[in-house]
Design a protein around this ligand. Structure first.
Ligand SMILES: [Zn+2]
Length: 459
């Protein structure tokens, strides 16, 4: 690719950007929260609005489709738009999602969550970043490459905009299998992650997986008087606390045998930034060992996310007969969730304090993601980022999970998967005051247009 091509595309994206921002704002005004307690008519409305945007962009074949969820109810509407590949050229699947997280308490927002508001270079609103910015990135790249007539678009494209990502993608696997022919591609771009910082692009090369479950600990048939029996038997909350304490070693690393630890990332997250971002209180030391980014991306992390105990208000002088805790374990890239669940079950059984009866009930399981080596598609993406930003990109991991990526890999094992970012560390996806940096979004659009051009030139 010549530098004139890049300069021409950069100018074209700049010219198109005001209209793209207006499209993003129109999408943010639709409160498409996919959580079941919210009105799903808004999710249908955002599917219809994105369908119209793709039609107007000149994609010849646009449909709203859904697949059944495991419980038999219909999945949320997804939008699929296609433009077939020129003879012999590859096809690229462009993924984003049009549903959003609930807004939370509007009082915690500085602006109305569904009224897009620009402050400086940032556009605030629920979904402005996650992931309506992803939709606009795909749309912008296609417009920049000359759609509707598509004179400069050298690849086939399939745009796939899911409607239930924020609700755990319950119909995703069935959707992929049902529409396998429609979605099959050589390269898959998942525009739903983050860049390293404002000004520094990133390719997400790993994501952690997740297993959770419930430990139940029983010590007595029923509650008894703590004066009459205390001293010769420990209550179930104390025993559960002793069991929970065995999940970590003295340094705060997870101490469950057999869990995978991946290799250290190439970039580190400074302790000062971590303290500020996480709101860690003065005097509290960090847990774990190794680099901070390694602890967040490359190692397992275990949290107790719920416990059933008598509340302080209802406390009486009795010895609790049982205690239940919900455990969430984030998995390092490369970890099989079934093996992690078995390791947790074995750990719980082996560490039952004072012979208390413990049982492990397995819950959700989500697979981690680890990019397959260093593919030609990844090198093309990094080169596109470097041209768009004028700064070399970094490979990053993400401590959270996007379990549907494992489904994409399993259904389309031949495809190269690229997880790209529209967010930055100030985007506050899922939180109050979510925002996208408009200057960065413009670079994301340019980078995607450059990437499609490079894929068309051959990987
Ligand atoms: Zn998202």
């Amino acid at each position: 690719m010549t530098s004139e091509t890049t300069a021409a595309l950069r100018a074209r994206v700049a010219e198109l950007f005001p209209a793209l921002q207006a499209d993003l704002e129109a999408l943010v005004r639709i409160p498409s929260v996919s959580a079941a307690a919210f009105d799903q008519a808004h999710v249908a409305a955002s599917a219809a609005a994105t369908e119209q945007l793709l039609r107007d962009a000149g994609l010849p074949d646009v449909q709203i489709l859904s697949a059944p969820r495991p419980d038999g109810t219909p999945g949320a509407p997804a939008v699929v738009a296609r433009r077939p590949a020129p003879e012999g050229a590859p096809t690229v699947l462009l993924y984003a999602h049009h549903d959003v997280q609930p807004p939370g308490d509007p009082a915690t927002w500085d602006t109305a969550p569904f009224e897009p508001t620009q402050v400086g270079e940032r556009l605030y609103g629920r979904g402005a970043a996650d992931d309506k910015a992803g939709i606009v990135a795909h749309l912008g790249a296609l417009r920049a490459l000359g759609l509707p007539d598509g004179a400069d678009l050298p690849v086939g494209v399939t745009v796939f905009l899911e409607g239930e990502e924020e609700s755990g993608s319950p119909s995703f696997r069935t959707f992929l299998e049902t529409h396998r022919d429609l979605l099959a591609a050589d390269v898959i771009v998942v525009a739903d992650s983050t860049n390293w910082s404002v000004g520094v692009p990133a390719l997400t090369t790993s994501l952690r997986g997740l297993v959770d479950g419930v430990v139940e600990l029983k010590v007595l048939e029923h509650a008894v008087h703590s004066g009459q029996f205390g001293g010769a038997v420990l209550d179930a909350v104390t025993l559960m606390s002793r069991l929970v304490a065995t999940f970590h070693d003295e340094a705060g690393d997870v101490a469950i045998d057999g869990l995978v630890v991946a290799s250290e990332p190439e970039v580190d997250y400074s302790e000062a930034a971590f303290r500020a971002d996480s709101s860690l209180l003065d005097g509290v030391s960090l847990a774990g060992t190794g680099t901070v980014s390694g602890r967040l991306w490359a190692k397992p992390a275990l949290s107790v996310i719920g416990m059933d105990v008598t509340s302080v208000a209802e406390a009486s002088n009795t010895i609790a007969p049982s205690c239940t805790a919900k455990i969430s374990l984030r998995l390092a890239p490369g970890q099989d969730p079934v093996a992690a669940d078995a390791a947790l079950a074995e750990h719980v059984a082996k560490h039952a304090p004072f012979g208390a009866q413990v049982t492990w009930r397995s819950g959700e399981q989500g697979k981690p993601f680890l990019a397959a080596g260093d593919t030609a598609a990844m090198r093309a993406a990094r080169a596109a980022f470097a041209e768009a930003w004028g700064v070399e990109p970094v490979d990053i991991g993400v401590g959270g999970s996007i379990p549907f990526i494992a489904d994409l890999l399993e259904v389309f094992p031949e495809a190269a998967i690229l997880v790209t970012g529209v967010e930055d560390p100030d985007s506050r996806a899922h939180g109050a005051n979510e925002s996208v940096h408009l200057g960065e979004l413009q670079k994301v659009v340019l980078a995607e247009a450059l990437l499609l051009t490079k894929v068309g030139e051959g990987l």
